[in-house]
Design a protein around this ligand. Structure first.
Ligand SMILES: NCc1[nH]cc(CCC(=O)O)c1CC(=O)O
Length: 319
């Protein structure tokens, strides 16, 4: 028996939703092909965000989707957890004893419009005034109020698959909804996208389309197993986006968009960031570029530029 076969198993905590299980299966395939001798055990962990059925804004935003998994990670009940980077708490609030060990290649970061099945294709601009547009994200609600003030954002909850069936059956209480293209792809439902929203107008969320695997900061064994699975260009844009969000003290409940683009030829990273007015007033936008060797610096600069331009007033005073 070689020593790899005697290595302890890696227990990986995941949320049990169909989308989460799909991304976990995808990661497990990558892990097992790289480390064929190591047992990867999948452990499902239900989060407060999954249990809670009220508006997302009632949750505190500082880890409703990650806290239960974090607890099990820190207690030593799992060695790693897998999450959508978009759902992570702000790095500002993140426990220093948890570290991102692997970053998977970014999928399509754009949001899409989804119509009830059987509806003929339409764009947001086609929808009649008063159309109820389902979305749970403050960023998307603020984008709607800014770009399509005649439409009505309505908060919805539940996993992507239950939202889609609620949209189709009419029980969701909305006429159409906004979703992430990457999420639809994972569910095999990308054809449900009626309009892919222009990312220069409808800027994606920080971390959109990126899956990360975290471990305890004091666990070098797991760190060493995860490190070779990282897609470096994605790590660069993620570090830039997370640094901008941290500077804003933002999280997935902040009405802000941050999207970084890596240019491998120029060895640079460019951060596009917007803080939106939840009431639909004028957003504050900025752009920052810098070398791809220090993406977090460029992200922090973008965040500071937004704060200097008065973004804190739109976000409520950051705490
Ligand atoms: N808000 C929940 C969430 N978090 C991550 C995704 C999936 C796509 C991604 O990884 O960005 C979704 C679904 C959605 O926003 O429609």
């Amino acid at each position: 028996m070689t020593s790899t076969f005697t290595t302890r198993p890696v227990r990986l905590g995941t949320r049990p939703s169909p989308m989460a299980m799909e991304q976990t299966a995808h990661f497990a395939e990558i892990f097992r092909s790289r480390h064929p001798g190591i047992c990867l055990e999948i452990v499902t962990i239900v989060s407060e965000g999954d249990r809670h059925r009220g508006p997302l804004s009632q949750l505190d935003g500082k880890g409703a989707f990650t806290r239960s998994a974090d607890t099990r990670l820190l207690d030593g009940r799992v060695e790693a957890t897998i999450s959508c980077a978009k759902d992570l708490p702000s790095p500002h609030d993140r426990a220093p004893d948890i570290t991102v060990g692997a970053v998977l290649p970014r999928e399509d970061a754009r949001d899409v419009l989804v119509l009830p099945s059987g509806h003929s294709p339409a764009t947001l601009a086609d929808l009649p005034p008063g159309t109820r547009v389902g979305t749970s994200a403050p960023r998307r609600a603020a984008l709607l109020r800014t770009l399509y003030p005649e439409l009505e954002p309505v908060a919805i909850r539940g996993n992507a698959d239950s939202r889609l069936s609620g949209l189709d059956s009419g029980t969701l209480g909305v006429d159409v909804m906004i979703a992430a293209l990457a999420g639809l792809h994972r569910l095999g439902l990308a054809e449900r996208a009626s309009q892919i929203l222009d990312p220069t107008q409808w800027l994606p969320a920080s971390g959109a389309g990126i899956i990360v695997i975290e471990h305890r900061s004091d666990d070098p064994t797991t760190a060493n197993l995860l490190a070779p699975l990282t897609h470096h260009p994605t790590r660069i844009v993620l570090d830039a986006e997370r640094a901008a969000l941290a500077t804003l003290h933002g999280d997935c409940l902040t009405a802000a968009s941050v999207h970084a683009v890596h240019d491998p030829a120029a060895e640079s990273v460019t951060v596009h960031a917007v803080v939106l007015d939840p009431a639909g007033g004028t957003p504050i936008r900025t752009i920052a570029s810098g070398p791809d060797t220090h993406p977090a610096r460029t992200g922090r600069r973008a965040g500071k530029q937004l704060l200097n331009a008065g973004a804190a007033a739109l976000m409520g005073s950051p705490s």
